[in-house]
Design a protein. Structure first.
Length: 435
């Protein structure tokens, strides 16, 4: 099993490479989708940055209760990803499904103002994650189908860098609102709703829809069939059936990739728990807690593009596994490193590098494994396997923290990550001379 790209839907020649130059390797649709994700992530991360502290300190949730909600937050989107990916391939309109997902998430933000118990909060968060699940695979399919195979890592890196810019600005906005507003949490939720609506408007107005031209088409015209609304033109295909999408699981390399993503996800502690552990270990005041995700986001932003380009050159398997090794190092520091001033930037730096080495590299690895007309379905299968595993990890970690404490819970996750990474390294080993 290896993660290189064997098929190239858009083939660039030497003359075209010289004409484009380095700055033309990313299709315009990628930049527009990156802008949508940037705005949406400002909205989402405003909520995510304050939610752990809001639930634990203001509403008095136990670690187990918070772990359950956090699991719902991640698990629902995992289940819906399969539906979103299949429907996008079936109707051949990736923008439509992505727009429905972004709109649903935006609708849920003001509902947080009225949710105060675990039941109502769980329902709102589940609905919000339903929107995320619907949009993720169609959005990534549009990125993949508008980008030459050799530049997939770079394209996803650019998108994730823009997405992470929003993730960086969101906690900062939440921090400023909490300091300025008397009823800070309600103000954060209200502003988040307004920003989310702006992201939906940008998607509707500027992302090319089905049957409309985009800048990506002009770039690819000399090399292959044009991209329209995330679909390559060609002979009319019958609607994609569920059986056809599920048949992707017969591909050995796709099964191995999805299985390893799930295996590693089972030991990947939720971001919210990581920030709570950092706060406890370093003794950070509650008013500074919303800034912790900012540290991860800054590192992710700086490294997403270069690490994505590195994965295109040296192999996505290598970079993907190296990212998990860095995450393991962060766990070890949280367990045994002294609470010095360097602990916080070290852990957050490793956390951000982990995301730079995995978040965009994983979907980029699918280019040579899945045919174009099933691209969203393939992305959904791998993304769902990983997200469901992280859902289980959130529940298990929250329960272990409640029963045995945060130290033993993290030690168990670290030991599991070490074992799972070793297994994934064997399963995803290069075949022959390929990376």
């Amino acid at each position: 099993m290896y993660l290189t790209d064997r098929s190239q839907p858009v083939q660039d020649g030497p003359d075209q490479d010289r004409r484009r130059g380095p700055g033309r390797r990313v299709a315009p649709v990628v930049l527009v989708l990156g802008t949508v994700s940037l705005i949406t992530d400002v909205s989402s991360e405003m909520v995510t940055a304050v939610l752990p502290l809001y639930l634990v300190t203001t509403l008095g949730f136990s670690p187990l209760g918070f772990g359950t909600l956090d699991g719902v937050y991640n698990g629902v989107s995992a289940l819906v990803q399969l539906t979103g990916g299949h429907l996008a391939d079936r109707v051949r309109d990736h923008k439509l499904l992505a727009g429905i997902g972004y709109g649903l998430s935006a609708l849920c933000k003001p509902l947080l103002l009225f949710a105060g118990g675990i039941g109502s909060l769980g329902a709102v968060l589940a609905l919000e994650r339903t929107g995320k699940g619907l949009r993720t695979a169609p959005r990534d399919a549009m990125i993949s189908l508008s980008t030459p195979a050799a530049n997939q890592g770079r394209a996803f890196g650019v998108h994730r860098a823009m997405d992470t810019t929003g993730a960086m600005l969101g906690p900062l906005a939440a921090f400023l609102i909490l300091r300025a507003a008397a009823d800070g949490y309600d103000a954060v939720f209200g502003v988040s709703a307004c920003v989310a609506v702006l992201g939906v408007l940008v998607l509707v107005l500027f992302v090319p829809g089905k049957g409309k031209s985009s800048g990506a088409e002009e770039e690819a015209a000399a090399a292959g069939p044009p991209v329209r609304g995330g679909e390559a033109d060609g002979p009319a295909r019958p609607p994609v059936r569920v059986r056809e999408a599920l048949a992707l699981l017969r591909l050995p390399r796709l099964r191995a990739l999805a299985g390893c993503a799930a295996l590693l996800g089972l030991t990947t502690v939720s971001d919210a728990f990581v920030y709570l552990l950092v706060q406890r270990r370093a003794g950070i005041g509650e008013e500074w807690f919303p800034l912790l995700p900012l540290g991860t986001a800054v590192v992710f932003l700086l490294l997403a593009v270069p690490v994505g380009a590195l994965a295109d050159r040296v192999g996505r398997r290598t970079v993907f596994l190296a990212g998990h090794a860095l995450l393991l190092t962060a766990y070890v520091l949280l367990l045994w490193a002294p609470a010095t001033a360097a602990l916080v930037p070290l852990v957050l730096g490793l956390h951000g590098t982990f995301y730079a080495a995995t978040d965009g590299v994983l979907p980029a690895a699918l280019t040579g494994l899945v045919p174009e007309h099933l691209r969203a379905s393939g992305l959904a299968i791998v993304g769902t396997s990983q997200a469901l595993a992280r859902f289980c990890c959130s529940l298990a970690f929250g329960a272990a923290w409640t029963v045995w404490g945060d130290g033993p819970a993290l030690a168990g996750s670290a030991a599991g990550l070490l074992c799972c990474a070793a297994v994934a390294g064997l399963v995803l080993r290069p075949a022959g001379g390929n990376r």
